[in-house]
Design a protein around this ligand. Structure first.
Ligand code: HEM
Length: 187
């Protein structure tokens, strides 16, 4: 009997989940430790068409959240959770690419957060934001590692996908929404 077709036991199923969770946790802790130990540089970034670092990061984070909403919506249709709605044949592609684009948009933002600002805890909002940032990438790592695993419990991927989404919502509420409501909405 080849190893590939070995029957899944509760123990192998548990390991199939625990290893990706352990890897994601390690990524989250590593980002936090780096953000805490690294001397923030305060370097600014900008892109043509934006007024400065704050605007670039705030709009990239908001666009990432909008794409994540498309991803969650397409997942609900794919899993048949939207009554009476049958997904078009390209719904899976939309789900995958909206997720990929959302995470890609967060990469330049988190690089600036970690490199220029670091892990800060001056206020509850900033501490929560820093924690959400680490959690988001940890959960994303776990989801990517679980994607090609066989024999997972049916709810594993939707739960981890939901945690990734919750992390991004937390990031947006503790940063972009704060900027929009204090500095104002401008490019
Ligand atoms: C490891 C993760 C992260 C850490 C430690 C971190 C840390 C920080 C800190 C300390 C600030 C300044 C807060 C303030 O004074 O108002 C900040 C701002 C911000 N962060 Fe993050 N962040 C992280 C991840 C992210 C991610 C993943 C996103 C987007 C998806 C994000 C989006 C923003 C935005 C939009 C701002 C406001 C603009 C600014 O003040 O520069 N952060 N971050």
């Amino acid at each position: 009997m080849s190893v590939r077709s070995a029957p899944q036991t509760p123990a192998t199923r548990l390991v199939a989940i625990l290893l990706p969770v352990a890897a994601g946790s390690a990524v989250a802790v590593a980002l936090g430790v780096y953000g805490r130990l690294h001397e923030p540089t305060g370097v600014a970034i900008n892109l043509a068409g934006f007024s400065g670092t704050l605007a670039v990061k705030t709009w990239f984070t908001s666009a990432a959240l909008a794409l994540a909403l498309v991803q969650v919506g397409s997942a609900l249709v794919m899993y048949g959770k939207v009554r009476g709605v049958v997904g078009p044949p390209w719904i899976g592609t939309l789900h995958r690419w909206s997720g990929r684009a959302a995470v890609l948009l967060t990469v330049p933002v988190v690089v600036h957060c970690l490199y220029a600002l670091g892990f800060q805890s001056a206020t509850p909002r900033v501490l929560l934001h820093s924690l959400f940032g680490c959690f988001f990438f940890g959960a994303f790592t776990t989801k990517m590692l679980l994607l090609n695993r066989r024999g997972l419990p049916g709810g594993a991927l939707p739960v981890v996908g939901g945690l990734v989404f919750a992390g991004l919502v937390g990031l947006w509420l503790t940063s972009a929404l704060w900027v929009f409501s204090t500095v104002g909405v401008s490019l």
